[in-house]
Design a protein around this ligand. Structure first.
Ligand code: SER
Length: 886
């Protein structure tokens, strides 16, 4: 049964049973907690949480999903895809456990003629959550499966949540037994390869907090209703029904393997190692196309990085199959032909998708070439200094700067007879990961429990926003929270959250920062610091009580800081104009990727496959400023989404719009869907000055501009700076660049010279060190502490030099270089010493603990570091003992 047919049957089965078919959401939904949509339920999350009333009680969908957590498993197991389709049925407070079980059972076990999938009921197993006897009972009652084929499992396996705070619940999974030739008896609890999970039924009923119940944490509370969320793995069902060996050989994936066979002249199925490469290519090519289709472009952060990694792994695998030409767009075309029947946008947008791939592949191939050069230099240097271990920081640099996966570095090193200090590499990677994690954590401000806000919304309805026309209103306090909990009142000095029945304050959204201002009532004064729509439609003001006491029902005059708001409006209008000019320059291929509109300053990110030249940005700036002189009127109106798109309004990727949308026009020049506040006429902007532009990951460009008086101030400041520099360097302003270049060149040369002198100086001590060799049981031992600041590279070079001077004698050289609180060391052995069984790498553990450290390496050279320089003498003694023992 073809995959498209499986999808069709799934949807029509559930449609017949009262479910509304809902199209797949984009892979990049506007949910800051998720990198990619990774389950069918993601687009329904607000319905489960009760933030938005569901428009239908039951729904069904085939959702595009990306999960890259197991990327290293791809191609090695039978079942790991980075892109896959999840077929699901959802009930929002309608049917619950029994309804989910009976429907899933009917669909999978009824025969193909009856519209089902025709799985043999005798081969189906079910798992249930450890405390959930009710569900086990339902399985027996509804399907007749005997108890032996129903297994209880713990929270780790049978509790599901999104991996972040939000909805969750116990689940029950359906497995298919592929037969004894695929593994051990004993059900899914024993072997998940023989027993393949095909469908997960989640009983969505809990609100999960910071820590998952999977890890034993208690839930925060119950969802407003009991819901059903299921996910059937379409690729897995396809692979079982198509009688192939794994998900990569199914009808929608296998064609890419065929294309790769043609390119490489190698045959799939002939060699296990090659097969993994074929499968990686097929899997990643599909994920790449689908991600780019939904607006992701390769970059160095977050989504862009994942995409880049996928594409690079394809290029790498292809090279390992012996192909050196660019191939990505060819694979993309095969993916398009396979996927377009279900996802026509892939065909429609194919030119752009294939262009992004072409550019990325070209860039990587260039990188690969320069990376190989860096690698060769590093390898040469390693050998010259007598070592055979490529330093961890080199491997890391190759990875970080040139995108070399470690396995590529390992393989290239092996070809040169070198090994790689993998421990060092991993330590640096781990440090980088920790930095990235700390960043992500500080960005995420997740609120676990939104129920108080939801209650307010239910009780009072959405906040009436007056700020498009008014900057002042008379309003009433209808909700008050102190430290996140409802409060009756709040006195002077308290920070609180406050909801008004109506407000002129703009809540942060669409890149526009929130308004600030004051609230004044009889005897009470509050400062508004921030405004957020914590749940859609509810404006929550973060305030500080300056005087008096505020309580529920207090009447206040709410006043927005008008000067600040006007500056924000100028920025936001400028963003629209810059957007329009960028699209004028690059056409549809340029898409807005984010923006920030703050007082007097705007930031605009856009994606474009090629590079962006300074010349184009100057033109953008000129065009925008020229257009300001028309002083066009800014008009806003509400219309239907379809009508707006028909009028050519620009909408954003991944953004969710309701049916009624607000359109902002600036003459004929710009038309966008936008909820922000703008100027009345564009002449108010005065001047738009681009102050910086930078690439933030390939394909994503960022321009920043100052608007109005802020622009003028900026120009003045730059002028001052230039004249100060001209004074310091004592040349006229127009000669500054040449003068600075000159000074820098001289500085660089001087630094190089100092480095060389240092190394010479260090190497100069080789002779006297070799002379200090002591005879330890017939072995010449040089074990010394180096004085002064000697870096690790120089220590290695010196050790090699001293060893050379020991000539054909059995000799061991160990040098310790203290640097502040740390110490680095190198051990080298001569060939004659190695013949006696003295291996540098093996000597390290004998003395390294004395300096609080560790290290390792090969028989002829090893290195490491420690944290206790005061132990050097003890280390030397320990080494001497170790040498004597041999
Ligand atoms: N959300 C559940 C899963 O991803 C079921 O759809 O497994």
């Amino acid at each position: 049964m073809e995959t498209h047919e499986i999808n069709k049957r799934f949807i029509s089965y559930f449609e017949r049973s009262g479910h509304t078919p809902v199209p797949s959401a984009s892979l990049i939904l506007d949910d800051p907690t998720l990198l990619f949509v990774n389950a069918g339920m993601v687009q329904f999350k607000p319905y489960f949480l009760g933030e938005v009333p569901p428009p239908y009680p039951r729904a069904t969908s085939i959702q595009k999903c990306v999960r890259t957590g197991d990327i290293d498993e791809v191609g090695k197991t039978t079942r790991h895809n980075t892109f896959f389709q999840m077929a699901g049925n959802f009930s929002f407070g309608d049917y619950f456990k029994e309804g989910a079980i009976s429907r899933a059972w009917e669909l999978i076990t009824s025969s193909a003629d009856e519209g089902g999938f025709g799985f043999d009921p005798e081969r189906i197993w079910a798992t249930v959550y450890e405390h959930d006897a009710e569900t086990a009972g339902l399985w027996r009652k509804v399907t007749g499966i005997p108890s032996e084929r129903i297994q209880y499992r713990g929270a780790e396996d049978n509790y599901w949540d999104m991996g972040v705070p939000g909805p969750g619940g116990p689940c029950s999974e359906i497995y298919y037994d592929r037969g004894p030739e695929f593994g051990r008896d004993g059900g899914p609890a024993v072997d998940e390869d023989r027993y393949l999970e095909i469908w997960n039924l989640v009983f969505m009923q809990d609100i999960r907090g910071e820590v998952s119940p999977k890890k034993g944490a208690p839930v925060l509370g119950e969802l407003p209703k009991k819901n059903i969320d299921t996910g059937m793995g379409v690729e897995r069902v396809a692979y079982l029904l198509q009688g192939v060996d794994n998900v990569y050989e199914t009808d929608l994936v296998r064609p890419v393997i065929a294309r790769a066979e043609e390119f490489s002249g190698r045959r799939y199925g002939a060699d296990h190692v090659d097969d993994v490469r074929f499968r990686v290519i097929a899997d990643h090519a599909r994920s790449g196309v689908m991600l780019i289709g939904d607006g992701v472009t390769p970059g160095n952060e977050a989504r862009g990085y994942v995409l880049r990694r996928l594409l690079r792994r394809i290029v790498r695998s292809v090279r390992l199959l012996g192909v050196h030409e660019p191939v990505l767009t060819e694979f993309a075309a095969v993916v398009r032909d396979a996927m377009a029947p279900s996802y026509p946008e892939i065909a429609r947008d194919f030119d752009r998708i294939s262009e992004v791939m072409r550019v990325e592949e070209e860039a990587f191939l260039t990188t690969l070439t320069s990376g190989v050069r860096i690698f060769d230099l590093a390898a040469e240097e390693t050998k010259r200094s007598g070592g055979d271990i490529l330093a961890g920081d080199k491997a890391f640099q190759l990875h970080d700067t040139y995108g070399f996966p470690i396995d590529l570095t390992l393989e290239m090193a092996e070809e040169q007879g070198l090994s790689v200090d993998e421990d060092g590499f991993r330590t640096l990677m781990e440090e980088q990961r920790q930095r990235a994690k700390a960043d992500a954590a500080s960005r995420k401000q997740g609120r676990g429990d939104l129920s108080v806000y939801r209650e307010m919304l239910e009780r009072h309805g959405e906040t009436d926003f007056l700020g498009y026309t008014d900057l002042q209103s008379t309003s009433k306090v209808i909700g008050l929270l102190v430290d996140g909990a409802p409060a009756r009142s709040a006195g002077a000095g308290t920070k609180a959250e406050l909801v008004l029945d109506r407000t002129p304050f703009y809540a942060e959204s669409g890149g526009q920062v929130a308004d600030t201002g004051i609230l004044v009532g009889s005897g009470v004064e509050l400062k508004v610091l921030d405004v957020q729509k914590v749940v859609p439609g509810l404006f929550v003001h973060r305030v500080e009580v300056l005087a008096g006491e505020v309580g529920i029902d207090t009447e206040v005059t709410a006043s927005v800081d008008g000067t600040r708001r006007a500056a924000i409006a100028r920025s936001h209008s400028a963003t629209h104009l810059v957007h329009a000019a960028v699209r004028g320059a690059y056409g549809r291929r340029a898409a807005q990727a984010g923006s920030l509109n703050s007082p007097g300053r705007m930031r605009f990110d856009f994606t474009t496959p090629g590079s962006v030249s300074a010349g184009v940005l100057t033109e953008v700036e000129e065009e925008v400023n020229d257009y300001l002189q028309t002083d066009a009127e800014v008009q806003t109106y509400v219309t239907t989404k379809d009508k707006a798109l028909e009028l050519g309004a620009v909408a954003l990727f991944g953004e969710k719009y309701g049916n009624d949308v607000r359109v902002v026009d600036m003459g004929e020049y710009s038309r966008e869907l936008c909820g922000g506040t703008h100027v009345g006429r564009i002449g108010e902007l005065g001047l738009v000055k681009l102050v910086s532009d930078a690439s933030i990951g390939s394909g994503v460009h960022r321009v920043e501009a100052l608007v109005g008086t802020d622009a003028l101030r900026h120009v003045r400041k730059e002028q001052l700076l230039v004249s100060q520099l001209a004074g310091t360097f004592k040349v006229p302003a127009d000669q500054l660049p040449a003068r600075i270049e000159d000074v820098l060149t001289r500085l660089r040369n001087a630094e190089k010279e100092i480095d060389q002198l240092r190394t010479q100086q260090v190497l100069g001590s080789a002779g006297s060190l070799a002379d200090k060799a002591a005879d330890v049981g017939g072995v010449a031992l040089v074990a010394e502490r180096l004085e002064g600041d000697v870096d690790a590279g120089a220590v290695r070079a010196l050790a090699t030099e001293v060893r050379n001077r020991l000539g054909s004698r059995p000799g061991v050289v160990a040098l310790f270089a203290p640097q502040g609180e740390k110490v680095s060391f190198v051990v080298a052995t001569t060939a004659a010493a190695r013949d006696k069984g003295l291996a540098a790498g093996k000597l390290v553990p004998a003395f390294a603990p004395a300096v609080g450290g560790r290290g390792g390496g090969k028989p002829d050279m090893a290195q490491g570091g420690g944290s206790d320089p005061s132990g050097i003498d003890r280390a030397i003694a320990a080494l001497r003992d170790a040498v004597a023992r041999e």
